[in-house]
Ligand binder design. Structure first.
Ligand code: CO
Length: 506
């Protein structure tokens, strides 16, 4: 039997090791950030190995048997505070999960990811799927092994989903995407019968530097802390963080597309506000980590869509944009830009999709991933399957594989189970936003004058400060009173888009 003092010093040892692992992982993340933002093109080989060594060392620290023993001892005692206990139980869960994958399969997955990624890059560039699928086949074989090692109850894909959002299953996703198929399809049909909104003025020449400085202004006003973060350019926008006090976002400028930089910047800004809002006193520990990828994405989508594409926000934002682009926007008013940035149009590329058709892009990937992992479809048939599903759900014809089945990087990395979190995040976003407005009825008026304090405070209180303490649905229940409820998203979408496109809400 250990004394309370022994237990506290054991807990201190646990914290020390876990935070050390976080130090190594965060240093690796800094190397990865540099690779995307600054690194000369010829430096990739040694960089990859440096970052892999750091990650490997971190992994070693938290999978070592002695670490597991400490965790087990701590889990069995009653001397810990509630939050200490929460950290220990989550770390123990991670430990057991890590232990399920032997080092040999982790190595195989890492190597295959790098080979598949190179094959994918080449295949996409040459529009030749045959260069990719033999490597993808090997990756899927490894992922299926991973499912068996993790274990699952009903569907092997559940084991992979769990990595991104603990507790989410194919059964639940079938339900949610079932509703997407009926209700969202209906709404989309109604929209497409109406005359299209005008958005040509978004595609003039917009000075890139001006776009960037406008985005900085917006980021500052929503609460991004530039004393503890930065925004840079990269090929693909992303957010990364090395601690709550050093959060990096990137963006991409396109001269001829005003929709690109600003809203991607707000999106990443939403991710960043979450990272900056995680408790510093739980650095490196589960309670200092984001809850799940779905919740992370809920934060980015809330700022990008619920706020950034709202009429209230445009009232505040558009005069600022007009100061920078007075000639370009001379003939444009707030209601025109509001409609333009909310234009709904089925398209081929997921990352360029609007707020509604986006979920069909995810649905298609979800159906394919589930079938691939279950062994129900073959890799070589993917282009046919892909094109058929795009025709079925979005009524678009895919002209080639580069902008079809080869458009996303995820499968080459072995990230199966990631896509659904994009949709779940959007649905949670609406639920959080509605709850925040209910508790603070002035939020919308505040947004019109560029005051985002109340909203950010609500998110800090209800979401950010808990770290990983709760699962996505537990957090949602606590913050909004219920688990994920897709009908709230539909209500929001019906009200917003019936007004924009001019039809009866029912
Ligand atoms: Co995101």
């Amino acid at each position: 039997m250990k004394s309370k003092t022994d237990i506290q010093s054991l807990y201190f040892k646990y914290v020390e090791t876990t935070q050390k692992a976080a130090d190594f992982n965060n240093a690796a993340a800094l190397l990865d950030w540099d690779q995307e933002v600054n690194m000369p093109s010829g430096s990739a080989t040694f960089r990859a190995r440096q970052s892999a060594s750091l990650a490997e060392y971190a992994h070693h620290l938290i999978t070592d048997e002695s670490y597991g023993k400490i965790l087990q001892q701590l889990a069995d005692t009653t001397f810990l505070s509630e939050s200490q206990q929460a950290n220990v139980l989550l770390s123990l869960e991670d430990f057991h999960k890590h232990k399920k994958l032997p080092a040999s399969i982790i190595n195989k997955l890492t190597n295959q990811a790098s080979i598949s990624f190179q094959a994918w890059t080449k295949a996409k560039k040459k529009n030749q799927f045959s260069l990719f699928y033999p490597e993808l086949e090997k990756m899927i074989a490894l992922k299926r092994q991973q499912c068996d090692l993790y274990g699952f109850q009903t569907h092997p894909y559940d084991a992979l989903l769990d990595d991104y959002d603990k507790g989410i299953t194919t059964t639940r996703l079938d339900e949610i995407f079932g509703e997407v198929k009926t209700h969202l399809s209906n709404l989309l049909e109604k929209i497409l019968q109406k005359p299209q909104v005008e958005d040509d003025f978004l595609y003039q020449a917009f000075d890139k530097e001006n776009q960037f400085s406008l985005s900085i202004e917006i980021l500052k006003s929503i609460g991004f802390n530039f004393e503890e973060g930065r925004q840079d350019y990269s090929e693909h926008p992303f957010t990364t963080s090395f601690s709550p006090q050093d959060v990096r976002i990137t963006t991409r400028a396109e001269q001829k597309n005003f929709k690109g930089l600003i809203w991607s910047s707000i999106h990443e800004g939403g991710h960043a506000l979450y990272e900056q809002g995680l408790p510093t006193d739980a650095y490196g520990l589960p309670l200092g980590m984001p809850a799940s990828l779905s919740i992370h994405e809920s934060q980015s989508r809330l700022w990008e869509n619920c706020v950034g594409r709202s009429a209230a926000f445009l009232k505040y934002f558009f005069p600022l944009a007009k100061q920078k682009f007075s000639t370009e926007f001379e003939q444009v008013d707030t209601s025109m830009i509001y409609k333009a940035v909310n234009k709904v149009q089925p398209s081929l590329i997921r990352t360029e999709a609007d707020e509604l058709t986006y979920h069909f892009h995810v649905l298609i990937r979800y159906e394919i991933e589930k079938a691939l992992i279950a062994g129900e479809i073959q890799c070589k048939d993917l282009p046919t399957v892909w094109n058929e599903l795009y025709n079925k759900y979005l009524k678009v014809v895919v002209p080639n594989d580069t902008i079809g089945v080869l458009q996303d990087v995820h499968w080459s990395h072995g990230s199966f189970g990631y896509f659904p979190t994009y949709s779940l995040g959007s649905f949670y976003a609406v639920q959080f936003f509605e709850a925040a407005k209910k508790e603070n009825p002035t939020i919308e008026q505040d947004i019109q004058i560029g005051n985002f304090q109340l909203l950010l405070q609500w998110l800090r209180q209800k979401v950010h400060r808990y770290g990983r303490r709760y699962s996505s649905d537990e957090l949602s229940k606590l913050a909004t009173g219920s688990e994920l409820n897709f009908s709230l998203f539909m209500k929001y979408a019906r009200e917003k888009y019936s007004a924009i496109y001019g039809f009866d809400v029912n």
